[in-house]
Design a protein around this ligand. Sequence first.
Ligand SMILES: Nc1ncnc2c1ncn2[C@@H]1O[C@H](COP(=O)(O)OP(=O)(O)OP(=O)(O)O)[C@@H](O)[C@H]1O
Length: 697
Amino acid sequence: MHYQSNVENVNPYIGPTADIDISGRWRGIMQSKKDFLEKGTDPRLSPYVRDEIANSWIRSQSYNLTPESMGTAPTISSRELNSIFEQNKELIDIAFPLLDSFKPLLTESGYMVSLVDGSGIVLYRNGNTKMVDRYGNTIGPGVLWNEATIGTCAHVLSIRHKKPISLLGPENFPAYFQNDITSTAPLFDSDGKVIAVLILLQKLGDDPWDLDLHNLQYLTLGWVTSLAMEIKTQLNLKLSNSLFKSTNTALQTAIKMMTEGMVIVSREGLIQHINSPAAQIFNCNTNEAIGRNIMEFLVKNDALAEALRQLKMIHNIEVEVLNDYGTQGYTFSIQPLPADSSGSSGGVVKIVDTEKAKNMVSSSSGAKLDFDFQSIKGASTKMLRTKSLAQRFARSPANILLIGESGTGKELFAQAIHNEYRPSGPFIVLNCAAIPKNLIESELFGYDSGAFTGAKKNGSPGKIELAEGGTLFLDEIGDMPIEIQAVLLRVLENKQVMRIGGSKYRAVDFRMVAATNKDLATLVQSGQFRQDLYYRLSVLRVDIPPLRQRDSDVLSLAEFFIQKYNWRSKLPKLSHETKIKLMEYTWPGNVRQLENAIIYALNVSEDELILPEHLPDEIIHNKNHPASLSLNPIELSKENNLNEAELRDVVSLKEAEKIVVQNALAKSGNNICIAAELLGLSKSTLYRKLKLLGIDE
Ligand SMILES: Nc1ncnc2c1ncn2[C@@H]1O[C@H](COP(=O)(O)OP(=O)(O)OP(=O)(O)O)[C@@H](O)[C@H]1O
């Protein structure tokens, strides 16, 4: 029977395990080795020799080694050895003292222990004096002990097969180990590479087969393996400790480098870490601060104390810090920390000078500042003129008024104006139509603590203050309540703002860009907009033309949006008919509507050609045609050069006509013949009117 063929009876580390006549096996191995060396008999055919050992013998012989050539292994220089020690410092620091501690046991038991690195260089040797003397320098530190220099040994196979292994005397290639049991266990790095092997050599005397070798092999292999595991565990511990240390150092350095104040506190507010900027704010040095309660440095602040106690996240609240001159306001944020293994938790407190905090808001205000004048598409004469005017206005700090229908790109222009003049400052947006009227005031001017029920305990800066050094974009300014307009006018004139409930003015430096799709002159006439504010705003006024006045832009914008939203590998094209449909349509929703139509078409079309049927219904059927129906009286007056009052009448007539036709349709149950009869019109005239008036049949 060949050992390798009966897997159940072969231990992968030791060899055959069941029904073994150990002395027979020992002699069998010796005979097979003799036959191999003297007669060239293939050892792989021997029932006594494990395949991995037979193969290693063959390789050893191919290196021109003999069992007697052990003393010829090269030794590296002490310089090279020191450099290897340096490279393996962590391993050596752990393994050497641990192995030293086994000296008494090794002496008693007649064992020798060695440690080699992953290439077989002996790093350490210790043990029974007789053994050490016996091997002398043959396998002392610095000797290169591998298959090519000494031949088959247990550690050679441990490195090759990445497993612990035990070899019986003659299984070793060198005659030196003829009467020994060698047991070895490899140590791996995190990538699974063998970094070192621990070797336990045990001398068995002259009649080794008389001993209970089977059990002994288990014992020595078990011992060397658990020792290797111990070294590995300690090595891992040391590595994670040093990883922890270096992470901690990196963190400490990062905290040190921060210009903002950073404090780590316990749930009770006790300072555990503090960086220099925070210590400076607290008017002490970092060591003095550690262990003290953060509240000692602040004017009593229940909100902050409560947030820490409950481990709540807090964003940008104003807190008064005590200093030699009284108090100074800072903006505090708290990020709670999860509980550690001892169950204690706390939070990181960020402290920023309130002025700086205001400058940081552009990044958190949600406004996306993608647009400059180059990225506003449109090459029609009207658009080019508008862009050039806006760009010229942008270069002065004066306020600018943007007028244009919904979706014409007012916000784009506001961003481009901001980016032209103060790109590094904040861009703050307030849409007067989007928030309840009663909130506009506090949003705009901010409030001081206790200004009204429900106000944050620590007050809050308004959008005007937040726009310091940048731009305040007031969208839909036509919807601003008239009472607030007066205050806004004062702020624009004095460049000072007072928070609601406050008692002091704060200087503010910002540029206002206001936008509206309403006709402010009409709002002034009807008393909804202050005339003084209107005049102040309309000094630098930019009228953004609607898409229907920029025919040549329709197709180029459509193609721009196809490029922007296309996800397919090939860019879809507009068919000739689609182009005509797009040109014919009057675009009451302007560029936004065109953008949406293209997104819709890209989703509906399946191939690379966008056909008219891929466009939204209202565009295919040109339901807004003619243009006049979608316009309000003011827009019509401009487009047709009519007097506004006259125009209002004309539109009223059209509206009246629409109502009459809709009534007739309702009365007839949507029957065109009956409705036409009721109206005294022919069927075809009624059809034309329906189309003209934009009424669905
Ligand atoms: N010239 C342009 N180039 C590229 N995209 C444009 C252009 N004009 C408008 N758009 C796009 O049209 C959409 C509407 O633009 P924007 O929000 O600036 O219009 P608006 O006039 O402020 O609208 P509203 O009055 O409804 O707020 C945006 O998605 C914008 O990207």
